[in-house]
Design a protein around this ligand. Sequence first.
Ligand code: ZN
Length: 419
Amino acid sequence: MPDVVFTVDQARSMRDQAVPGHNRWHPDIPPAVTVKPGQSIRVECREWTDGQIGNNDSANDVRDVDLSGAHMLSGPIYVEGAEPGDLLVVDILDLGPVPQEVGEAPGQGWGYTGIFAKANGGGFLTDYFPDAYKAIWDFSGQKCTSRHIPGVEFTGITHPGLFGTAPSPELLARWNARERALIATDPDRIPALALPPLEDSVLGGTATGETLAAIGRDGARTVPARENGGNHDIKNFTRGSRVFYPVHVPGALFSGGDLHFSQGDGEITFCGAIEMGGFIDFHVDLIKGGMETYGVTTNPILMPGNVEPRYSEFITFIGIGVDHETDTQLYNDATHERRHVPAEIRLFRAAGLSAARRRADRGPGERRRRHPQCLLLAVLADGDLRLRHHPLGLGTSVSGQGVVRGLVVAAAIVSRLII
Ligand code: ZN
């Protein structure tokens, strides 16, 4: 059995736990626990917003979510003997929702998918879906169903959205400099190009006083992935996966959370996973000097696990580099990755999600707002977003495909097309 090294009481905020976690990346966040190389450990996690999203039928909590306190992470875990230049070897042994509990926190028997509003969070498709939407999913083993997307049963691939090691002071300074430079190119953009450090809502584990103030002033926000790992959101980062994280500070200071019941490739609505709290079991080890030995300096390496639902039927959408809203030809542009989602949505509607459509149509709003259920499904169904650049670099196209699979509706779609 793994040793439970970080516990969470799901009835309380992360701020009120016996040992609180943190929501910034900073080398001075005190370790919550010390473990040894070769040890198997269990880490309990809060859902990434620290429980702001409720099991109800309104998306107002997604619309109004306070992102200043996200992501809420468990840790840091100090690994004995880890030194800068080493590789931290992390094997995922198991993970899942909160075991043996039902309750009000995401992960206690249920999770949610959110489409974040353009004005708060944003996403890949806010030009088409600017408003907030939500679907609640009820868990049953590896499967889940949603009262907000009737007729659909989804098989998940559980994985953590976010884990990583702490940055060194020098690396943190580089992050802040380059992200501020990016923001300066378009400081008023909505959604923002990047999020600078923010003192509001900072949580630095057990840090207090000047240490906590410094974490608020300089600590990196948790949204992007960086050289330490971070918010990688890879759907196959599941049981059986092995990750090699660069170590930038003594003890590695390993942290994370943002557990997902499942997601497609890319969280294209900002929160396109099925979000939950829960537990994750790791085996941790070290490769001394591994960063130089294996040349792993800027990007952690992931070996995906073998655990994946087996699908016998799926369909793909062939992408073309054209924006059909304006009938504009594009050059080597990934627009088709946005364009195939509306194509998916049209197909879902044609193939049996009409009940969802009618329900959605009842409310006022422009035409493009009418089909959030189909989008909520599309973001999960995107099993593979594949790019295929033209090999000669000629012409104007990047071809690609979005794959729909893993759904009981997939069979209905296929049979409908055959008929
Ligand atoms: Zn997430």
